[in-house]
Design a protein around this ligand. Sequence first.
Ligand code: IPE
Ligand code: IPE
Ligand code: MG
Length: 252
Amino acid sequence: MVKDGLPEEETLIRMLDRKRLPVHLAVIMDGNGRWAEKRGLPRAAGHRAGAENLREVVRFCAELGIKYVTAYAFSTENWKRPRAEVDQLMALLVEYLYKELDEMDRQGVCLRAIGSPNELPPDARQALAAALECTRGNSRIIVNLALNYGGRRELVEAIRRLGAEIKAGRLEPGEIDEDTVQSYLYTAGIPDPDLLIRPAGEYRLSNFMLWQLAYTEFLMTPVLWPDFGRAHLAQALLEFQRRERRYGGLNV
Ligand code: IPE
Ligand code: IPE
Ligand code: MG
């Protein structure tokens, strides 16, 4: 059966090679506002639908055995939005962190935050701290929520900390290599994303994971994030499995 022009979800899932799934999937959760506008709803309804979709995507990834999911939820640039929308986004974050906590825990989700979440409003910081603490012992799937995240900001913070180490005499500039830099990023110890999905028909990174995406496969799709369901994800994973990753070499 074909739904939305896609073969049935189960057919797509059966076609997947379970041994060649991405270890780390990154998603830019974009298009919530347009999803709502298309339905004559307030933008906040789109953000809610987007949050619901993240829950479904994480559940699906956990079922498939994908080890890491990183989701861009709020950028360092998103503070430029009207105050009312920022407030709604923060309120939604608090609501979902509390509401989904038990379910995340049951599913074996280990929640982590990347970015500068210490600059979020106090209730969001509190909800986040509780969720991180409650899920820290889980290991089935690691979910990084990028909150007040900026790729340039991440590099600036890493450089500052490296500079402080040098100044304190604990590090020589010549000792710094790519592994050193990696270990100073928010994603220290986590492999780089294998696949990045950018929905909503945009063709840019919007300051997301500038270092980590060096050799990531990109998948841009016009589908809006709240509509990007299991079938779309299965199709994206199939497309990923058709790609040939060469890392600058020759696959001969
Ligand atoms: C993404 O959806 C959510 C955030 C950036 C927080 P948008 O709100 O950017 O949705 P569009 O791009 O306006 O459709
Ligand atoms: C990227 O979406 C950030 C998040 C999804 C959190 P934006 O909607 O902020 O990106 P731009 O402004 O279109 O580049
Ligand atoms: Mg957007």
